[in-house]
Write a protein of this length. Structure first.
Length: 115
């Protein structure tokens, strides 16, 4: 995303948050988040190497779903007070922006497919 210094590997910064906690729930939720968040980058990479427009759209759709799931886990971590809101706010904002960008690409790609 333009203007951001974050990389597709940004989710790894959350690991330190979960390692600091001895709480089993924090560790489980953190692992769930990490699985979903790292899947976003993997599916975006797969989309770029798509064999067809349909394959590209399919992989982007998976990335969008994984981004939404990542946002769910981040919100759950803050709502349950496992992690302070201020600590995850940048990741929540970044994930919301990523969802918006992927959604816009999906919409335009599907529209172009119809033309």
């Amino acid at each position: 995303m333009q203007g951001h210094s974050h990389t597709p590997f940004e989710p790894s910064i959350c690991i330190s948050t979960f390692k600091e906690s001895k709480d089993g729930a924090a560790w489980v939720l953190g692992k769930q988040y990490l699985r979903a968040a790292t899947s976003i980058g993997a599916n975006l990479a797969e989309a770029q190497a798509g064999e067809s427009r349909a394959d590209f759209i399919h992989k982007l759709g998976i990335a969008q779903k994984e981004a939404r799931e990542s946002l769910f886990w981040l919100r759950l971590l803050t709502e349950s007070k496992i992690v302070e809101v201020a600590r995850l706010t940048p990741l929540i904002k970044e994930t919301e922006e990523l969802i918006a960008v992927v959604t816009a690409i999906l919409v335009s790609s599907k529209r172009a497919k119809l033309d």
